[in-house]
Design a protein around this ligand. Structure first.
Ligand code: GLN
Length: 500
């Protein structure tokens, strides 16, 4: 990552720029900012709304189920990035995929604004499909704006883009969370939809600044390939619908079946993908070790996101029930905690970018495996603090602890995120053999999907184990994984070949 977000000597004098970056970056920046605003806004109140307004039964059961629905839903959304990337590469081009994705997401939020259970689940499906189309392809378009330019400038562009993500992510819970929790859930969802609509309008108006980026599909599918893809979608989709119909008709249907099915899918899809890629005859002997190295990074990222993304489920429930949220006689909404991490990212991302550059100049920048190991130690550390917070809440007379517990948890998590998330994005493009760049990028997002699919299951252990034991258990797992990664660092670096 480069040290400066603002100035770049390689821009042509007189050419209009956005903070020193190509003008098209402003368009993509605003689109991603609003997309993340709508996504994180909706996500911030999802669990609370499920518990309060959708699910039935005793509170503990509702909370556990809401946490697993949340984990699985995150998994579905990130899994949708793979077909989304395919549609852009082979059918539409990224430009159109992002546009359609944005429209579908906005429709999804408006559907959630309708107070009905059916509308609620239909809205979630639309948002997942739209995000799958938008998220991977807008990231690819950012890369496209820097085609032929220095890698440092591209890195700086991605840092700026990461800031857009987090500005949207920070504002969303404040606005959507406040409206959803304090006024009306559906108004909260509607505001998320308005944000996305604004994004689509400015994307259309600003698209003239994007040049040819994403206009055409990279390798258009032949009619035969389109037919095969359609056949596969119909076959697998049909099988899934038939299984669901049979379940309902037999009277055995339970929402847990969908949760379990998707969790299994989250594990099976990456395994099948890695094996297929490894066996692909187009892969050269020098590329094969790189895929093996990527599998290590992938597995670590799965564990990282599995722990990290519990902030929207168990940690939000902890914020809701077990923290003292009073400021001068007013209780702030639990969903506001979701703004803490993005706010920290906005401050820390440029600092980390500068730190890596400074260390690199002295030849002391940690290697990528070392950064991943650090990320695991930090995420483990954050859950160790959560374990203590849980114990403190259990021993407190009111059952509540101060906000500083969660604030420290989020600070340590964010330090970990800085060592893994932007690093992983650029690593994926570096390790990917030319013909697999899109697929490796999709796999990077799939790590988040699998992590969330797994936490759809693991969060169920929270209730029987209790906070202190539950969080400490994951702290130990993450710290052991971090130490293992550190010890395996030399071996992984050897697999990476010329990639640092
Ligand atoms: N917070 C980042 C985003 O929303 C990273 C998400 C991820 O890759 N899991 O894009």
């Amino acid at each position: 990552m480069a040290s400066s977000l603002t100035k770049d000597s390689s821009s042509t004098p007189g050419e209009k720029t956005f903070l020193g970056h190509p003008r098209g970056m402003a368009t993509l920046f605003m689109t991603e900012m609003w997309e993340r605003f709508s996504w994180y806004g909706m996500r911030g109140i999802l669990v609370l709304y499920l518990v309060a307004g959708v699910l039935d039964g005793p509170l503990q059961g509702r909370e556990a189920l809401a946490a697993s629905i949340y984990g699985v839903y995150n998994a579905v959304v990130y899994m949708a990035a793979m077909p989304g990337g395919w549609i852009a590469d082979r059918l539409w081009g990224a430009r159109k995929a992002v546009l359609i994705g944005g429209i579908v997401i906005a429709l999804g939020h408006y559907t959630l604004a309708v107070p009905s259970d059916t509308a609620f689940f239909a809205g979630l499906v639309l948002i997942a499909a739209g995000t799958g189309l938008l998220k991977p392809n807008i990231s690819a378009m950012v890369g496209g704006l820097y085609e032929g330019q220095s890698s440092a400038r591209r890195d700086a562009g991605f840092t700026l883009f990461y800031m857009a993500i987090n500005i949207g992510g920070m504002a969303a819970p404040l606005v959507v969370g406040y409206l959803g929790e304090n006024v009306n859930w559906h108004l909260g969802f509607a505001v998320a939809g308005i944000g996305m609509t604004l994004a689509v309008v400015q994307y259309v108006l600003g698209s003239r600044h994007l040049g040819d980026v994403g206009k055409e599909p990279g390798t258009p599918a032949t009619p035969e390939e389109k037919r095969t893809a359609l056949r596969k979608v119909l076959l697998w989709g049909g099988l899934a619908v038939a299984a669901l119909a049979a379940d309902v008709l037999l009277g055995t249907y339970d929402i847990e079946h969908i949760v379990n099915f998707l969790a299994v899918l989250g594990i099976v899809v990456p395994v099948v993908y890695f094996v297929a890629m490894y066996r692909n005859p187009a892969l050269t002997a020098t590329d094969k070790p790189k895929i093996q190295a990527f599998a290590w990074f992938f597995a670590t990222a799965v564990l990282f996101w599995m722990i990290y993304d519990q902030s929207g489920s168990l940690l939000t429930l902890f914020a809701d029930g077990k923290t003292d949220r009073m400021i001068g006689g007013w209780e702030f909404p639990a969903s506001w905690y979701q703004s803490v991490n993005p706010a920290m990212v906005i401050v820390l991302a440029p600092l980390f970018a500068a730190l890596w550059v400074r260390l690199a100049k002295r030849n002391r920048e940690p290697s990528t495996p070392m950064k991943f190991a650090l990320a695991m130690l930090l995420i483990g550390g954050s859950f160790a603090i959560m374990g203590l917070a849980g114990a403190a809440a259990a021993n407190s007379e009111t059952g509540k602890v101060t906000v500083f517990w969660l604030l420290s948890v989020y600070l340590v998590q964010t330090l970990g995120e800085m060592c893994l998330s932007p690093v992983g994005l650029s690593l994926s493009t570096k390790l990917a053999p030319k013909q697999f760049v899109g697929q490796i990028m999709g796999l990077w997002f799939l790590a988040t999907a699998t992590g969330n699919a797994l936490n759809g299951w693991t969060t169920k252990l929270n209730e029987p184990l209790g906070d202190a034991a539950y969080y400490s258990m994951w702290a130990v797992v993450a710290i052991v994984a971090g130490l293992t990664f550190m010890m395996a660092g030399r071996k992984i670096r050897a697999l990476m070949g010329d990639v640092r």
